[in-house]
Ligand binder design. Structure first.
Ligand code: SF4
Length: 330
């Protein structure tokens, strides 16, 4: 490692070569066997990248498999109704991603004859595909020399170079370390390193393939303060009659989960009777205590009675699906 005239650190050409020689074989031996790594099908890679945004691998696995069963090709996804796409997405949260995915599938079918474009610029022109996702797809599927930066990459680079980067310098550092012969694996290797070895709280430096090149070697200083978790309480009415259940639809203009169906909320004095179910549930930075009370909904004007057998096809919020599973309605 050496110091540049501007005072910032960088790896010289020899160190960059050593980085790749250490990281790529380590990735070949240690990479997790994940379903989207089975081949380089752009549809499968794209779907995984969108699902993995803001969501952990463990939470994605099951959804990924089921979504592919339901929509095995980009053509099938493009032809689907939005409500079916949202229903298949239910439980993953951040539903805007599903809407964008659906819109991009339609564009790929209409404007690209069902074939994924291979360049970063064309990929970025698709709905819901930003700089990171375009570079990930282009490098993994099409071998394009495009580096990625996500939270894992940022953490690894800041530790390896023992400095905090501006966004521009971060992308530049990632590009400098990228293997030109195996760009997709090179990107996945650094992300895998961040996800499995260079962990946020406790890096496992003794197992790290780039230990010799790392300037901090686990001496990471005080952890970045996590965003404070807020507390909240939320009550829902479970109003069931014979083969139907009463649900309300979130407004189309709601910023969170617009148009999705959920149990009616009970507010203020309406909260009476025993909770039939109480549990904790986190939404973004808020930890909720959720109470579900078996009682009539406060107002029938704003909702609908839904046949229970139709529920699997309905775009339910993740929390409502969780409740209905726990009370064995679905
Ligand atoms: Fe991270 Fe430790 Fe490896 Fe440095 S040596 S990259 S801090 S795991």
């Amino acid at each position: 490692m050496k110091m540049t005239s501007t005072g910032s650190h960088h790896l010289d050409a020899d160190a960059r070569r050593r980085w790749r020689r250490r990281l790529l074989p380590w990735y070949d031996r240690n990479r997790r066997d994940l379903p989207w790594r089975q081949n380089r099908d752009p549809y499968r890679v794209w779907l995984s990248e969108i699902m993995l945004q803001q969501t952990r691998v463990a939470a994605v696995l099951d959804h990924y498999r089921r979504f592919l069963q339901r929509f095995p090709t980009v053509q099938k996804l493009a032809a689907a109704r939005e409500s079916s796409v949202l229903a298949a997405w239910s439980g993953l949260g951040y539903y805007r991603r599903a809407r964008m995915l659906h819109a991009a599938a339609k564009t790929i079918v209409k404007e690209h004859k069902g074939k994924f474009p291979g360049s970063v610029a064309e990929l970025r022109a698709l709905p819901g595909i930003g700089r990171y996702t375009a570079a990930a797809i282009a490098s993994i599927v099409f071998n394009a020399p495009a580096a990625v930066v996500d939270g894992n990459v940022e953490r690894v680079l800041e530790r390896v170079f023992a400095r905090v980067f501006s966004e521009k310098d971060l992308w530049r550092a990632a590009a400098e370390l990228l293997s030109r012969t195996r760009p997709g694996d090179s990107n996945q290797a650094i992300m895998e390193l961040g996800a499995t070895v260079c962990l946020a709280r406790q890096p496992r430096c003794s197992r790290c393939p780039v230990f010799a090149l790392c300037a901090s070697r686990g001496n990471i200083g005080p952890a970045k303060r996590l965003v404070g978790q807020k507390q909240g309480k939320i009550c829902y009415a479970l109003d069931r009659r014979d083969t139907s259940i009463f649900l309300v639809q979130r407004p189309k203009y709601a910023s969170l989960m617009p148009g999705m169906w959920e149990l009616p909320e009970i507010t203020g004095d309406g909260v009476q009777g025993q909770s039939s179910l109480t549990f904790r549930h986190s939404i973004t930075v808020t930890n909720y205590i959720v109470h579900v009370v078996s009682c009539p909904a406060q107002s029938e004007s704003a909702g609908h009675w839904m046949e229970i057998k139709r529920l699997p096809l309905l775009p339910l919020t993740g929390l409502t699906r969780k409740i209905l599973r726990q009370v064995q309605v679905i």
